[in-house]
Design a protein around this ligand. Sequence first.
Ligand SMILES: CCCCC/C=C\C/C=C\CCCCCCCC(=O)SCCNC(=O)CCNC(=O)[C@H](O)C(C)(C)COP(=O)(O)OP(=O)(O)OC[C@H]1O[C@@H](n2cnc3c(N)ncnc32)[C@H](O)[C@@H]1OP(=O)(O)O
Ligand SMILES: CCCCCCCCCCCCCCCCCC(=O)OC[C@@H](O)COP(=O)(O)O
Length: 377
Amino acid sequence: MGLLQLLKSQFLCHLVMCYVFLVSGVIINLLQLCTLPLWLVSKQLARRVNIRLSYCISSQMVAALEWWSGTECTLYTDPKSYPLYGKENAIVVLNHMYEIDFLCGWTFCERFGVLGSSKVLAKKELAYVPVIGWMWYFMEIVFCKRKWEEDRRTVAQSLQNLRDYPENYWFLLYCEGTRFTPKKHQVSMQVAESKGLPQLKYHLLPRTKGFWVTVQNLRGTAMAVYDSTLNFRDNEAPTLLGILNGKKYHADLYVRRIPLELIPEDEAECAAWLHKLYQEKDGFQEHYTQTGRFPGTTVSPPRRPWSLINWLFWFCLLLYPLGLLLAQLIGSGSMLTIAASVALCSAASLGFRWMIGQTEIDKGSSYGNKEAPLNIN
Ligand SMILES: CCCCC/C=C\C/C=C\CCCCCCCC(=O)SCCNC(=O)CCNC(=O)[C@H](O)C(C)(C)COP(=O)(O)OP(=O)(O)OC[C@H]1O[C@@H](n2cnc3c(N)ncnc32)[C@H](O)[C@@H]1OP(=O)(O)O
Ligand SMILES: CCCCCCCCCCCCCCCCCC(=O)OC[C@@H](O)COP(=O)(O)O
């Protein structure tokens, strides 16, 4: 192990990164809160400001992936579609198998200049994650309870609000609704069988209602669906802790651009279209397993320096007061103050560990685990 690699695996480094991420995040959240009165004066200006503020948070995680861990990202796509990426609104359909698939998605957003404005249909629980969840509120992220009866109205309303969004965005949809586990796969394939649908090997059966409602509500403003399939080289199962430890991964992403007008308007036809799409996605994963690559030509959209510059800015800004505080603390000689500070740091690192836990599949929800196939018509 090289010296740099050893440094990256040190707990102290992680503690400093945690401090910078949390403190800068809370500062940015507070600035976002200050933009609330601006919404009353100029909604579009408030949105543009929030896009840039959100970028300052999410790009820190992207910087950790791109610059700290050095993870590489290769894009497989059609060269004719490539120039359109980042220049139009699009609905991104991505497989949901990895703990850092959202982060790889963010990296591609960053490289095509839509990170600050990127959107997702996210489970409501994530709205309460400090910093990221609070930031999402100002980004107009669409939340769902994964209970269709409750979601149908709120999701459609939130999507309608995006129709006059002032900058290009990608709207991410994990149609599988939850991350892949062998148990969830088994349950969903029982559902597929009961519905007379073909089996999938690498995906859960997609939930079609969210896709239909998204396509219907963004029709005319989103130009295409980007069917995206992600895999990692060498059968890696990457984790956020791996990234923090500086482990380098290699992500391969296959993207097909499908014009939105090709997607049926009728709900049942749209659902059938999505099921067929997932069968094709399964075929691409099989191709990857067999050959180690996706179909299509490859491009590696270059890393941009902005995420690193933003990250270094926050380090410079926040490390100086931390140093002063530590010097004062040690200088004070008060055991009580030192003990209180250690307790505070321990609480903060536990909180940080809980946040990282939100990305871990074995701490995931039981959604999709329990559906009893016998109850399904
Ligand atoms: C490459 C570039 C990337 C670009 C990235 C861009 C942007 C990035 C931005 C941000 C990144 C942040 C990432 C954050 C990630 C957070 C993601 C999540 O939180 S995922 C979870 C939430 N999202 C979803 O669930 C979306 C998909 N779900 C749906 O669409 C659902 O339909 C729903 C709208 C949520 C409603 O769910 P509900 O369960 O209530 O209803 P359903 O109608 O879907 O379910 C009943 C239906 O399903 C059948 N059924 C039953 N059991 C199963 C099963 N196990 N598997 C499949 N299907 C099942 C059942 O028979 C019913 O069928 P039918 O519809 O025929 O009646
Ligand atoms: C900058 C350096 C520091 C970086 C470290 C930052 C650590 C903070 C981590 C906070 C991350 C919070 C964002 C969580 C996003 C999780 C996305 C995700 O994958 O959600 C899962 C859901 O889709 C489905 O849930 P399940 O039903 O599978 O359960």
